[in-house]
Design a protein around this ligand. Sequence first.
Ligand code: NDP
Length: 378
Amino acid sequence: MTKNTLHREVVIIGSGPAGLTAAIYAARADLKPLVVHGPQPGGQLTITTEVENYPGFAEGIQGPALMQQFEEQAKRFGTEFLTAFIDKVDLSERPFTLWTEDHEIKAETLIVAAGASAKWLGIPNEAPAPKGLGGMGVSACATCDGFFFRGKPIIVVGGGDTAMEEATFLTRYASRVTVVHRRDHLRASKIMQDKAFANPKIDFVWNTEVLEIIGSAETGVTAVRLRNTQTGAESEFACEGVFVAIGHKPNTDIFKGWLEMDDVGYIRTAGRSMATNVPGVFACGDAQDSFYRQAVTAAGTGCMAAIDAERFLDSLPVPTPTGEEVTIEGEIVSADHESITMPDGEVVPNKPPEYESDGQTAQKVGVVYARPNTELSS
Ligand code: NDP
């Protein structure tokens, strides 16, 4: 089947706070960005409830409402959106190529803002139905599925902020929420811990891991099998729902082999910029941040990535992870800024341009940097 070909100066993968902030900045720079996103646009904030720490919203705001604002702001300046899964990329040369089922997308610059997804325990019966009981009592999203557990006892697995947030939210519906954590203290922030400890509907089971989810297609979840990590003792715990809240994994698999990543799959960026090891490819948000992982930091790095892409397209040097700087022309400025390696390998000193004068006017000698004359198709 022939695919539709699109060619854009800036293609952004992902529509969470990072991707949409990058889109706002790129669109306002008149770069007409294309945002490619999956069937659930808006990223992780669309499956959260109240967001109380995003600056500018003194009374807090619901996650989906916040993302709606981001999207409208990006659209206002001409961002184009495409709902599609990218199944393959080729970053060997510019323009980069991305393939979806129906499109071949050429990108002069690429901003990876693909975010992260919930991690799973990898235990029996956790997989989506019909293989397991996923969707039949097993979930990783309280705001999506909590409603189905009205009056039922459930467990939440994990000890971080996500687990505390999910557990607290689920007390709206569940008869009882039991947090099962593998250690004897929580990783969650103090404010989230305090909120959970103060909630009379939440219990804690410490030093315990979940070995198996018990139930069937007919009954749904009926129990979990637990193991005490201190004594090794196993037991069964009756419950009708299991919410897995053990963190997230970056959605970067399709970039393996192209972009440098850490062991877990977070893309390495330059530090001083959002540049990856491939000149012209930038990464922002949770796809490259295993540490802060906040909506506001994701938005901040999205802004940086868009500015980097704009600089790159203007042939201005962008810092790379090696400390060097690179331009769209393939010129590499050394980390100490002493020399420039030209695309043909010639090394020249990094000096200001010289001027020739005829006595009346001064004329710059050397390369005139200009935007590449790309013809973009619709
Ligand atoms: P975290 O990585 O912070 O916590 C994951 C939790 O799951 C840890 O308690 C960990 O245990 C446990 N865990 C991990 N793997 C397993 C496993 N295989 N079996 C059993 N338990 C496991 O992830 P979160 O998603 O909770 O938080 C991520 C980031 O997002 C944090 O920076 C957090 O502050 C932020 N966040 C902020 C929120 C807010 O402010 N409203 C809401 C949600 C998240 P252990 O502790 O033993 O390692």
